[in-house]
Design a protein around this ligand. Structure first.
Ligand code: NAP
Ligand code: MG
Length: 427
């Protein structure tokens, strides 16, 4: 069991006690829960996996309590998206949610599902209501080696999800003329800065951010670092952006000094700020096992790099952490539409359910932590270990079989992979 890259205790968002004893034998009585999880069902192939996971891996072992919200696109449309809002409110009430991947409608989906309108992304709605930050972490397993050979532990990426280039105002400059930035204060006084005096055609762009959003981002990062006992790195381009990026740096530093310095010291973790270029260089040489907080654009780009270098999008977990202490767990990938159409056509699929299983285990563990239910936390550990053991034994879905370094591999279909995990779990 210890031949994994890292012990299960080093997984992000696991409040795992290293002193825990592995349970011997299977208890027949189901593990009980106190507070319901907020269950957000979703779309397409992940919805298919969702019900098999519940039926085979959760309900036989846990007396599952959930408050169910159907975020499937059809039901979002029927409720004018009220169900998404209700599910976010329920998360504020209970504290922990588990979410299935959902379709973000585009023009093609509006037609496919005959939608009343192009509803917004449920993740966007939920994130805005919980004021949270998304942390993405790879699931490491023997046989799936990171491209970067010195990465031995997960690198968790935290992306600020507000503003910057994602809420920009752009202008095509057709020819000679001036572009200025004008701030008009509430009392009418103006502050002006010249952006550029154009002599040729060109382009211009303005961006903004808000201190409360940066503060929430910082607090979510510090809280998550504490709860997972991992160092926190943060980086911006403050040497060039002396006011904009420097404000991010200052806000993080101020909150750290005032609220987290002592807590970090007693947890034995560090907060480390550096220039983004330096961070990128260091990440490539690091061993992993830390949280990397990024501004919006850096996080967008770097999370794709980190996740693909760790092996597979199907092995990335995602947790939304709000500074108020709400948690929403999900897989980082989408609804795997291409596989779903095969499934609908009656063809066999081999869709990887690992990240969705880890969304469930993450949520159950957090529920166990908050409600002081060691059996539930222990079950979450066992479910994850059974999943990793199944892969390490060479039983995996097609996406992993294509990249594994294991010599002998059995490719399983979507259901049989989950059944193989159940066998492990019962063993
Ligand atoms: P996707 O569902 O992540 O799938 C893209 C491709 O990645 C798949 O076709 C598949 O490759 C591979 N893949 C992803 N997850 C996999 C898994 N679990 N097992 C095996 N292969 C996996 O992205 P998409 O097809 O671009 O988006 C589909 C829908 O998901 C969209 O409507 C989008 O709005 C939604 N979406 C939702 C979320 C969310 O709810 N958090 C996130 C992203 C996207 P192959 O086809 O080559 O096998
Ligand atoms: Mg991206």
């Amino acid at each position: 069991m210890n031949d994994f890259y890292f012990s299960i205790a080093s997984f992000p968002f696991i409040g795992y006690n290293e002193g825990n004893q592995t349970k011997v034998g299977v208890t027949m009585a189901k593990i009980s829960m106190l507070t319901p999880l907020v269950e957000m069902d979703g779309d397409e192939m992940t919805r298919v996996l969702w019900s098999i996971i519940k039926e085979e891996l959760i309900c036989p072992f846990v007396d599952l309590k959930t408050e169910y919200y159907d975020l499937g696109l059809k039901h979002r449309d029927e409720t004018n998206d009220q169900v998404t809002v209700d599910s976010a409110n329920a998360t504020k009430k209970y504290g922990v949610a588990v979410k299935c991947a959902t379709i973000t409608p585009n023009a093609q989906r509006v037609e496919e599902y005959n939608l009343k309108k192009m509803w917004p992304s449920p993740n966007g709605t939920i994130r805005a209501m919980l004021d949270g930050t998304v942390f993405r972490a790879p699931i490491l397993v023997k046989g799936i080696e990171p491209c970067v050979k010195n990465w031995k532990k997960p690198i968790t990426l935290a992306r600020h999800a507000y503003g910057d280039v994602y809420k920009n105002t752009e202008l095509i400059i057709p020819g000679p003329g001036k572009v200025e930035l004008v701030y008009t204060a509430a009392d009418g006084t103006e502050t002006r800065k010249l952006v550029h005096d154009y002599t040729t055609p060109g382009v211009a762009q303005a961006m903004h951010n808000l201190n409360p959003s940066i503060e929430s981002f910082a607090r979510s990062c510090f809280e998550f670092a504490l709860s997972t006992k991992q160092d926190l790195w943060f980086a911006t381009k403050d040497t060039i952006s002396k006011q904009y990026d420097h404000t991010f740096k200052d806000i993080f530093a101020e909150i750290y000094e005032k609220e987290y310095k002592d807590k970090f010291a007693s947890a034995g973790i560090t907060y480390f700020y550096t220039l983004i270029d330096d961070a990128v260089a260091r990440v490539m040489k690091a061993e992993g096992g830390f949280i990397w907080a990024c501004k919006n654009y850096d996080g967008d780009v770097m999370s794709d790099m980190v996740s693909s270098a760790f092996g597979s999008l199907a092995m990335m977990t995602s947790v939304l952490v709000s500074p108020h202490g709400y948690f929403e767990y999900e897989a980082a990938h989408g609804t795997v539409q291409r596989h779903y159409y095969k499934h609908l056509a009656g063809e066999e699929t081999s869709t990887n359910s690992v990240a969705t299983i880890f969304a469930w285990s993450g949520a159950l563990r957090k529920r166990g932590e908050l409600d002081n239910l060691p059996d539930l936390m222990d079950f979450a550990d066992r479910l994850e270990q059974a999943t990793l053991n199944t892969i390490a034994q060479g039983k995996m879905t097609k996406d992993l079989a294509l990249i594994t370094t294991l010599p002998e591999v059995t490719v399983l279909n979507s259901r049989d992979f989950i059944l193989a995990i159940r066998e492990q779990l019962e063993a």
